[in-house]
Design a protein around this ligand. Structure first.
Ligand code: NAP
Length: 307
């Protein structure tokens, strides 16, 4: 079995940028992606803060362009989940979909996934009114009344997107002040279809066949009220996709990998790029930057191996 120079796990902005840089550096590179390329960015309707697109660019479009660019220079993409990552005498063994391959170095760029609220009704109504992706499911809610849970960039941005379809969107936030960027906040405050429900947490999502209402608790008074909604979009942050690295590297208290600013870990030849890395800012641009930095480190690592 041929030993590949580099395996990249994850085809979001970090992995795809790493794929582009690695292929241009003539490294024999394979990238694993379990779904559509683009990661979380691909389920964002419009990205307005990635430079070079003054009018913004659709998340799926940016993702496809990144994948195309990496492939144009020779990065191979394997569409499969990676089941296991093991250290091997020649580097790392990657076990996936009933096959395996060995690579001298690995860039782990598996990113993060939506965090669950963990309330009654959330699992039961997933796909029947509960969603984590407005871009994917928003169009099913024409003229509907929706609740978006959360107060970060994602909640506010996606709530605004949902007003294209819904007649009313409540943003339910547990505090009295949003975490989202000021420019987004102002747009949401100016949007007539959006109403804020402050200081409130979701206790339960209720319905018969599909979502019909949510029970909200005012965290100051303890008062519980029921809000009639047709759908609930949950944007309460993200969780790291770090399970493949269990026992290999250090994690912070939220499961993000503690790696250097140069993406290196305590395991020689293993680099962690993008949202999966503990970092102060998780955006497409910082993920892409990590991908480029990681490849520079891989090149150094491989040339030291060959000496
Ligand atoms: P986030 O910034 O971590 O915000 C999560 C929000 O959910 C916070 O408002 C938080 O409340 C709330 N929350 C967390 N747990 C909760 C719970 N159990 N119940 C109720 N509310 C809960 O997450 P995000 O908005 O998904 O964004 C993730 C990252 O992607 C961020 O770095 C963000 O900047 C980035 N992003 C950027 C853009 C953009 O730049 N346009 C768009 C999307 C995402 P508190 O505020 O009280 O903690």
């Amino acid at each position: 079995m041929a030993i590949r120079d580099l395996a990249i796990i994850g085809g979001g902005p970090a992995g795809l940028t790493a794929g582009l840089y690695a292929a241009r550096a003539a490294l024999d590179t394979v990238l694993f992606e379990r779904g559509m390329p683009g990661g979380q960015a691909a389920s964002t309707e419009k990205i307005e803060n990635y430079p070079g697109f003054p009018e913004g660019i659709g998340g799926p479009e940016l993702a496809m362009k990144m994948a195309e660019q990496a492939q144009r220079f020779g990065c191979e993409i394997i569409y499969s989940d990676v089941d296991k990552l093991e250290r091997d005498e020649n580097g790392f063994k990657i076990i996936y979909g009933g096959s395996e391959l060995v690579a001298k170095a690995v860039i782990m760029a598996a990113g993060a996934r939506p965090r669950y609220l963990g309330v009654k009704g959330e699992k039961e109504f997933h796909g029947r009114g509960v969603s984590y992706c407005a871009t994917c499911d928003g169009a099913f809610f024409r003229d509907a009344t929706l609740a978006v849970i959360g107060g970060g960039d994602a909640a506010v941005e996606e709530a605004m997107f949902l007003t294209k379809f819904a007649s009313k969107v409540y943003i339910v936030h547990r505090r009295g002040e949003l975490r989202a960027a000021k420019v987004l906040q102002q747009r949401a405050f100016d949007n007539e279809k959006i109403e804020f429900v402050w200081h409130s947490t979701v206790q339960e999502i209720k319905g018969e066949q599909k979502v019909e209402s949510i029970l909200l608790k005012d965290v100051r008074s303890g008062e519980i009220k029921e809000l009639a909604v047709d759908g609930v979009f949950i944007y309460v942050g993200t969780e790291a996709n770090s399970s493949l690295l269990a026992g290999m590297v250090k994690f912070d208290e939220n499961g993000y990998v503690i790696a250097g600013e140069d993406t290196s870990t305590e395991v020689p030849g293993l680099f962690v790029a993008g949202d999966l890395r503990k970092k102060p800012l998780r955006q497409v641009i910082t993920a892409a930057a990590d991908g480029a930095v990681a490849v520079a480190q891989v090149e150094k690592y491989l040339s030291a191996l060959n000496k």
